[in-house]
Design a binder for this molecule. Sequence first.
Ligand SMILES: *Cc1c(COP(=O)(O)O)cnc(C)c1O
Length: 328
Amino acid sequence: MIELGDIQDARSRIKGHVLSTPLVPSATLSEICGTPVALKLEHCQTTGSFKLRGATNAILRLTDGERARGVVAVSTGNHGRALSFAARAVGARATICMSRLVPENKLSEIRRLGADVRIIGESQDEAQEEVDRLVCEDRLVLLPPFDHPAIIAGQGTIGLEIIEAMPDVATVLVPVSGGGLAAGIATAIKAVRPQARIIGVSMARGAAMKASLDAGRPVQVEELRTLADALGGGIGLDNKLTLAMCQTLLDDFVLLSESEIAAGIRHAYENEREVLEGAGAVGIAALLAQKIAGLRGPIALVLSGRNIDMELHRRVVAGVNEPLEGVV
Ligand SMILES: *Cc1c(COP(=O)(O)O)cnc(C)c1O
């Protein structure tokens, strides 16, 4: 398992390679909730998402031999971009395998960073088969998006920054896909402040971690189009770390409809003046939808990414009253 010490080590390792992002008070959300609410601006991280923390930690831990072989991963876009960026910085080759569900704007950024991009199938699971083949046949080094100790420890550095900026934090809302972000943050925060509650948030359309927590084992869910595209995909039927960590460390889990996520994106833009992708807006959306029972403050929300297609963003903030379920 990953411990506080691993996260502190990750922090010293990635210092100077990633930004420490501010935790800023939100006047409007504090008023709505009647308790202080602060936003962790991780969408302002280099590459537009927190994924650079875990990717950088993992890349910097490779041996010279591993760097020379090159790295490979499956991705919904943000891990691929972060890994390509971190690999390029040390002169290593990155191969990123993605399904056809990954938005075009995310693909083009990964290509721009010089990675070898492979588009395979309609789901993460199909893209993963190509990853497995490349690990086996070409001996590329696997650096998966969440189920890896160095990735989880890297994402956990966000938790260290939150607890330092808000030592009395009572509740932290974290977007969840594979659970690396939530597992890392919860490990860091609960080591220092065990009474803090960590709440996972996902979209209702294809929340693999929630389904797996309910079943008590990794389960496959159908991967569907959603505004929170970065939260799609399975947790891996052979999940080693994040399911067990989320079982132990998460206090509650909230699922959101597409129109609730759209409201989160809209609020971020109109009131906080921030551009967020759907996955990055689910914490705000969960507060606006008042879906958390017994919510206690002060509250910290992780705004995890901003890599949304800007045409889609314009439609969402314009509040176009189209049915969002299934058409995004
Ligand atoms: C990857 C990602 C998440 C979820 O992280 P996991 O570690 O897979 O749970 C949340 N938001 C954004 C923007 C992401 O790219």
